[in-house]
Write a protein that binds this ligand. Structure first.
Ligand SMILES: Cc1ncc(C[n+]2csc(CCO)c2C)c(N)n1
Length: 220
């Protein structure tokens, strides 16, 4: 049976494909992405992750019971105490010192995406917020596996192999599965009007993810 989350992807098939198979992604896989584009992306991604942490804080606030609070708190702790630190370390390997990250002005594409997620969560409920975050959490896992299945993938001597392997890793894939299961449980009880509204949120967030890749290519 097609899962509820799968339906969101099917309803937004064009947007999803444009995000998953964006030129930035393909060049990462082929190892032909200019390093300057990746550095620009990494710096903006630091700003994105800080706002992503705020989105989990909002998820805690939007929780209806203690179990949901605990779940939001776990995600908030993971991003603040582990993932942002890993990103800072990864940036250092790419010759971007931590001090430089704090001074980076946000690109229009970064602002558009993070504002949209936070705004959606602020005005909506916890399901709206999770759907706005789904292209980020679930998309990166799917992109890594998609890349690993492409004939143009270059592993040896590709400076982006570690990045792809991080999102293809069993640990990350388990996180993706648990987010899909969460969404499937939530979406299962909703009627067509509610699903159609969520599909709009999913489509918009997916387009903003594709714009984020484009921002990396354009160095804007
Ligand atoms: C623009 C952008 N979109 C998605 C991710 C991936 N990502 C960011 S936080 C997170 C979940 C981990 O809790 C994941 C997968 C990214 N780095 N940058």
């Amino acid at each position: 049976m097609t899962s509820s989350f799968e339906m969101l992807k099917i309803r937004n098939a064009g947007e999803w494909q444009a995000y998953r198979e964006h030129d930035f992604v393909c060049r990462l896989g082929a190892g032909t992405l200019p390093e300057e584009a990746f550095r620009h992306y990494l710096k903006q991604d630091y700003l994105f992750l800080v706002q992503f942490a705020r989105a989990w804080g909002l998820a805690v606030y939007k929780s209806r019971d203690l179990d949901e609070i605990r779940q939001g708190l776990e995600s908030l702790k993971a991003i603040v105490e582990v993932e942002i630190g890993l990103h800072v370390g990864y940036c250092a390997e790419w010759s971007i010192p931590e001090k430089a990250l704090a001074d980076v002005p946000p690109s229009p594409a970064t602002l558009a995406y993070t504002d949209y997620v936070l705004e959606t969560g602020l005005h909506g409920d916890l399901t709206d917020l999770h759907v706005a975050l789904a292209p980020c959490i679930i998309g990166y896992g799917e992109i890594a596996l998609w890349l690993q299945a492409q004939p143009f993938l270059k592993t040896d001597g590709n400076p982006y192999t570690a990045w792809i392997e991080m999102y293809a890793s069993p640990d990350y894939q388990a996180l993706v599965r648990s987010e899909i299961e969460w969404l499937d449980r939530r979406l299962a009880s909703l009627d067509e009007t509610a699903i159609s509204c969520l599909s709009g949120i999913f489509g918009k967030a997916t387009r903003l993810e594709a714009d984020f890749w484009q921002m990396g290519l354009d160095l804007t």
